[in-house]
Design a protein. Structure first.
Length: 151
């Protein structure tokens, strides 16, 4: 995940990560393990301080790895936005807004929609942000129907 330090602090990003992600969860398969990749010593110090103050449920150990200045490799294309790719009624109209899959998969819209499709987010949350997402009406309605069906 990239971020703009003029918009949000690194500390805030870590707080959001820790609040919305189980840092104590162990994944048997390394490719699904979570990690934080600070790009310099300043970020590393912020991560270390953040984790030292973090209280986990039942005081479980933090499993999320901190890997300073490591190269990052994106997952294979078939893993990108996996849940979104399973729903052509949403995926195909979205592709019409982008020059190619890579551009779509790099978009905030695809990240948000993939999360909703995967079950992260409610109909109410979607309705609050629907107009901000660059979604064609057929894709928006298809996602809305999916979220209604889960209520």
């Amino acid at each position: 995940m990239g971020y703009d330090p003029d918009q949000v602090s690194y500390q805030h990003l870590l707080t959001e990560f820790s609040t919305n992600h189980d840092v104590t969860r162990y994944h048997r398969r390394r490719q699904y393990a979570s990690g934080i990749f600070p790009i310099d010593d300043e970020q590393l110090k912020i991560v270390e301080a953040h984790f030292s103050r973090l209280v986990t449920p039942d005081n479980r150990p933090i499993i999320t790895e901190v890997i300073p200045q490591a190269p990052f490799y994106s997952a294979e294309p078939y893993h990108q936005k996996f849940y979104l790719q399973q729903l052509p009624t949403i995926m195909i109209p979205l592709l019409g807004r982008y020059p190619d899959k890579r551009s779509l998969f790099a978009s905030t819209t695809a990240a948000r929609v993939n999360g909703y499709v995967a079950g992260y987010g409610s109909l109410e949350e979607f309705e609050r942000e629907a107009e901000c997402l660059d979604m064609p009406a057929p894709a928006r309605e298809s996602l809305r129907r999916l979220l209604v069906s889960r209520c």
